[in-house]
Each structure stands twice: as structure tokens, then as C-alpha cells.
Design a binder for this molecule. Sequence first.
Ligand code: AMP
Length: 506
Amino acid sequence: MNLAQLLVRAARSYPERPAVLWGADVIRNYQQLAERSARVASHLSHTLGLQAGDRVALYMSNHVDYLEFLYAAWWAGLVVVPVNAKLHAKEVLFILEDAQASALFVTADLAADLKPLLPRVSSLRGVFTPGEPECADLQDAAPILAVHRAPDDLAWLFYTSGTTGRPKGVMQTHRNLYAMTSCYFSDVDSVEVDDALVYAAPMSHGAGMYNFAFVARAARHVVPASGGFDPAELVVLSQQLGNLCLFAAPTMVKRLVEYIQSVGAPVDGFKTIVYGGGPMYVEDIQSALKTMGPRFVQIYGQGESPMTITALSRQHLADQSHPQWVHRIASVGHAQTLVEVRVVNEAGDALPDGETGEIVVRGEPVMSAYWCDPEATAKALRDGWLWTGDMGAMDANGFLTLKDRSKDVIISGGSNIYPREVEEVLLCHPAVHEVSVIGQPDAEWGEVVVAFVVGQGLDAQTLDALCLEHIARFKRPKIYRFVESLPKNNYGKVLKTVLREQLNKE
Ligand code: AMP
């Protein structure tokens, strides 16, 4: 059940197939990738003496060696701790200490700030930076066979991005990640050998988790030369490689679509764009579908059930003739195959269709626990259900519509207001670029609605008139703040907590 078996099999069946590309250039085929991983595994186990279950951290910008180190760790029976490359060195230090990491792979761009802090991590036995001699030495070890791992052995210790508080380590087993991969095939997309997965988003997060489905099919893994998201580069790659697939946050989809519209770029080299991780507004997905055609699939997940709570299929997104189309594309789709999803009240009772409550999920991809945090685990996992902290409502056909994080719901004059609904309306105005709606404490109403708006030449009166056209009066923002930009976390999610703090300070 070791995830490394995916690579073992791909290399045995299709040794010559291109595995890792840097831009359009093939760097390694499957045989080379597997052999290099087996050598690194050998070094970790035999030279460093790491034992099965020890933790290996990857603090790396997107890099052609990422998959090699990832699979090397599993090959040796170790646990991967993927660390977001955008974190500050001190935040990384917290993760390394909390996870008690025994080895660290860090790219040169991130090493300088972190290395002076590393003597504080007493568990560390080896630090490797691609391009430096100790990393080249890893290839001197004789390859070993991938060790056996039981399905419930820990594979991946993923620290949640968190918009508040300190990050928690989500424990994902080999079984969890196999289940997640299986859901990719059943609910997201098929993968063919000619497909190319491009890592336009960080490999430490959702984009990287999709590697499994593409290794399983011996398909291509592309690290863009820019290392990240550049719409012009993606269009060029799509033309050079064809069948380009990617995972993108909604803001990336919007930027890609705007770029394609502005230059009239061809779209036939793109196969599938999976989006998720944050709300995709109806206006934006309509424009994306119009520009790029039926190339989109949406997923809703969270670190605790990675990429696997619901999916909105390509077919549903494209089925414009359906009377419920607009409602459906505003939803996050159906429960994925290996999970059950419910909307419940505070006591955990399932609510009738259409009623809003907290979303809970159970099934194969759901985490086993938070690392060394029984209190947080007991709060998140109750009677086998993961409480997501997201609010939503399910319709009679099982389409789930997300409202907001439970803590973001605004209660004004006793009525619940879901910021997303107000944001959707404001975004209909062509001059509104980004928006975030929060509640401000108010003596009379409990809370009042405040909208932070990024855009040009706007005024409160115009936006108020727009709201009056579309939503109930009590949901309209009472205060508008026109700002240059919105505060975001390292994954590009708007930090409503920071906006609230700004208001409280005034
Ligand atoms: P993370 O654990 O950092 O991946 O964040 C997960 C959170 O992102 C979820 O609990 C949701 O609040 C949000 N999220 C994920 N996918 C979607 C989606 N498709 N639409 C709206 N919000 C999403």
C-alpha cells in the first residue's frame, strides 16, 4: 500500500516515458526518476539511519527534483512534511520542530534565510539543497527496494494554511492518499499517457497532490520555467506539449482567462483546468467557460480531506441548457465517490434539503487526526465525521452550495447574512475587481455589513443601487471601503481576520 508503488509500477511498465519536464524539456524518464528516488531512499535509510515513520520535510519552490525527493521518502518508508515555500523561515522552524523532522530538502532560493535557524532543530540529521555537493552525493548510494507500508501508516503531514492561529499538522495515511487519487479518476477526470500536468501552483499543496494520478498513468509532470503561474507561459506550454492539465485557484483561472481574451490566444492545447480552494464567482466561471469551453472541473476540499469533499463535473459546468445551470455552477457539485457529505445543525443532525448548516464529511480520504493535538482532533472529528467549519446547503439533487466559513457569517438584526452572496452581487459590476465582505460589531444591529472593494471609479451609491436590484435590503453593505488591494495569506486566500482587525482598530 506504499504510495511509492505507483512510481515502481510506472517505471517498470513504461521506463522510457517522459516523467519530469522543465518547461518543454524532458529532464527524466520514469526509469530515471524511480532509480534516483531509490538511491535517495537508500541514503536516507542506510547512511543517515532514518527509520520508517521518521519525518522528512520538503521546503522547496517548485523544482524538477520535487517528485524525486517525495517518492524517495516513501520509498524508504518515511513521512513527508510538505512545507509551503511562501512561509517565513520562522514559521518553517515551527513546523520542523513540531514535526520533529529528521531530514530536510530545501531549494537554494529558500535556504539562505532558513539555514542559520536550523541548529535549533535537534531532530535534523541531514539537509539537502539541489545543486549543492551533498545533494549530488545522494546518488552515490546503491538503490534499494521500496519498503512495505501498511495502509494506515502515516504518509503525509500537511500543515494547514490557517487564516488564524498556529498551523496544525493534518495526518494523512497511504490509504487516505490512494483514496484521494481514486476520487480523481472517478470524479474529476481521466488521465491519458499523453497528458501533461503542469505545476502552476505550489507542489506542496493541492497541485502537488494531483501528481499521484499522473504517476499512476505514467503521464508527464511539467515544472514551468518560471516556477509558478504565468498565463503567457502556460499558453506557450499548452501549444508545445498539448493535453495540458492543471490545478488552479479561482484567481489564477480568472487571470488566465483574461490573458487569453486579451491576446486571443488558442485554447486547444489545454485539456483540463481543475479549480478550487476558494470561491469561484458565477461571473468568472461563465466568462471562463465562454472563453475556453468545457475544460473546467471544480473541486471542494480542505487539508483535512484533501481535494475530496465534492466535485462539479465538466458535464455539469458545460450543460448551459439545464434550467438549473446558474444555480449549479454556483455550487461546488456533488459528494465525491469515496466520501459522504451532510449538512447538519449544531447537534450534528442532518438538515432538510435547502437548509444551511455546517458541512460534515466522512470517508476514506478524511485525515486520521491532527499531529500531537488530541484537543483539536476531538473538535474536528466527531463520531467519525469531519466538521469542516464551512457552511452550506444541499439541494434535492445533491448539489452542495457553500455559503461561508461558519466564523465569517454575519448576523445583523438577528438575520444571517452570507458574505459570499453579497460579494457575488458586487462582482457583477464591471469595475469591481475584487471584493471581500465582513461584519463589523454594531451596538444597534449586532453587526453591520462592510464591503472592502478593489476597483476603479466606483462609489457607494452605484454599488448600493446594484445590491438593491439583486438582494434583500438587509443584506446590503452599510459601509464601503475602497482599497488598493486585499490582505491575503500564502495561498492567496483573503484574510478576513485582518480586515476585521483593521476595522476594530479604528
Ligand atoms: P485549505 O485547507 O487551505 O485547502 O482550505 C480549505 C478551505 O478552502 C475550505 O474549508 C473552504 O473554506 C475553502 N474552499 C476549498 N475549496 C473551495 C471551493 N471549491 N469553493 C469555495 N471554497 C473552497
